[in-house]
Design a protein around this ligand. Structure first.
Ligand code: FES
Length: 107
């Protein structure tokens, strides 16, 4: 079993599921582009634990980062990841307002 811990909870990955697919299934929003370890868009901080890559990623990552699009927590290990946004408890309208607020803070 592979368990993913985030700042607000944890969940088990399904068989054959990548960490990115599991995060999406749980309602997290993680930025991505290629979903194949090439672009680095899904780069996510690894707080604790280890992962194993299903394919050898080409994107550069720091030792404390992972590419959830092509990895799973190592067997019998648990990892903590931080994600960019969590929309699990919001309606689409609330999400839109949250994104608007985020954009306002940027400018
Ligand atoms: S989405 Fe491109 S490396 Fe993960």
């Amino acid at each position: 079993m592979s368990r993913v811990y985030t700042w607000d909870g944890s969940f088990e990955l399904l068989s054959g599921e990548t960490m990115l697919e599991g995060l999406e299934r749980q309602g997290y929003v993680v930025e991505y582009q290629c979903r194949a370890g090439y672009c680095g868009s899904c780069r996510t901080p690894l707080v604790d634990g280890q992962v194993e890559y299903l394919i050898e990623p080409l994107a550069y990552i720091n030792p404390d980062e992972v590419l959830p699009c092509c990895c799973r927590p190592a067997p019998e290990a648990r990892v903590d990841v931080e994600v960019l946004t969590n929309n699990r408890n919001h309606s689409d309208e609330a999400n839109s307002e949250a994104w608007d607020e985020s954009l306002v803070k940027l400018f």
